[in-house]
Design a protein around this ligand. Structure first.
Ligand code: SF4
Ligand code: SF4
Length: 151
């Protein structure tokens, strides 16, 4: 199947899951927001975020006002979320085992959202997903407006 078709199919799956999970999600209180490290403005040492292995997460140092991860971190924290900036999806089980979250919002590419969604289902947690608009593992983008609506 061509990649574009697969992408559309994955995005439809994500949307269907968001709609079916929404009712459960809005009832949750303790929530986490997972952001992808690939949407940072800088992927090299210009990014001032420090990685904390015990979380595990990068912690944004808010060095660039136009960095999507900076904006999303501030937005999430203002709405009471614990915000994680993840180097990869393998951190998700570790975080969810360490913390008792009821609801999770994840921003990532459709492949990672699919895996994350299956894991949340297994854990019985309500999730909402915001797909990346540009994939590629570096300089990726997403809609802050969509994230705000989801939170
Ligand atoms: S604003 Fe945060 S995530 Fe973005 S480049 Fe700076 S430290 Fe890194
Ligand atoms: S594009 Fe997907 S797989 Fe690649 S770094 Fe970003 S979230 Fe991870």
């Amino acid at each position: 199947m061509p990649n574009a078709l697969q992408l559309v199919e994955d995005l439809i799956d994500v949307h269907v899951r968001n709609v079916s999970e929404r009712e459960n999600f809005v009832k949750t209180k303790k929530r986490a927001l997972f952001l992808p490290h690939c949407a940072r403005k800088h992927m090299d040492s210009q990014c001032q975020a420090q990685f904390s292995p015990e979380l595990p997460s990068y912690q944004c140092a808010h060095c660039s006002p136009d960095c999507l991860i900076n904006q999303a971190t501030t937005l999430g924290e203002s709405k009471g979320y614990d915000v994680y900036i993840l180097p990869g999806g393998s951190c998700v089980p570790e975080i969810l085992k360490k913390n008792r979250y009821e609801g999770v919002v994840g921003v990532s590419c459709s492949q990672e959202l699919k895996l994350g969604g299956e894991y949340l289902k297994l854990m019985g947690l309500a999730g909402q997903a915001v797909p990346l608009l540009k994939n590629g593992c570096a300089k990726t983008t997403f809609s802050i407006g969509s994230l705000e609506k989801t939170l």
